[in-house]
Design a protein around this ligand. Structure first.
Ligand SMILES: [Zn+2]
Length: 184
């Protein structure tokens, strides 16, 4: 099992100690020390259980991506991940498959992912995205209700001509989501 969860999580998130200290409080990173490594906690997780392998209850199919196709020019891939830990709606697992097209992610990598009631599958997230996410309102997709993005909101905003809001396409179904920057 994991020898040093915090160290591993920092590695997964791709951040060093100095960056970790700059993360606003309370940080998800701090909560990660509370990640449970007890299989019962993901096997009985309401949002995750439906996606677990029928016979191998520690394995789950997750949408792995490097951003939306529009931005990354790479299609997300549905790959098997073996669960290692969970906290609330977040999960850490080891990638069991080698991606076909994504080249920054490899078999054996430990990844952070989440679930959403309207998502067709669990999906890869990053701490950077989740921190930035707090500054935005993303309306649920008009077709499926999914209200997360595979891209950084600020990256999408930079491609827009308007200043505070824009419309984008749902990563799962291609429906419309409107994204608005919250006043700080
Ligand atoms: Zn959708």
């Amino acid at each position: 099992m994991m020898k040093n969860l915090i160290k591993q999580i920092k590695h997964i998130l791709g951040i060093n100690n100095a960056q970790a200290q700059q993360i606003s409080e309370p940080s998800l990173l701090e909560k990660y020390v509370q990640f449970s490594q007890a299989p019962a906690d993901w096997q009985n997780h309401v949002g995750l259980a439906p996606f677990l392998h029928e016979d191998f209850k520690n394995d789950v199919q997750v949408i792995i991506h490097e951003g939306s196709y529009k931005n990354s020019k790479k299609y997300p891939e549905l790959l098997w991940v073996r669960l290692l830990a969970t906290y609330e709606n977040y999960f850490i697992g080891e990638l069991l498959d080698m991606p076909q097209y994504l080249n920054t992610i490899q078999k054996g990598d430990e990844l952070l992912f989440s679930t959403h009631p309207n998502a067709q599958y669990p999906f890869l997230v990053s701490e950077t995205y989740m921190l930035e996410r707090e500054q935005w309102h993303i309306s649920p997709c008009n077709a499926c209700g999914f209200n997360e993005l595979f891209d950084m909101p600020a990256d999408l905003m930079a491609q827009q001509t308007k200043n505070s809001s824009f419309t984008t396409h749902c990563a799962f179904c291609g429906g419309l989501q409107s994204v608005q920057h919250l006043a700080i």
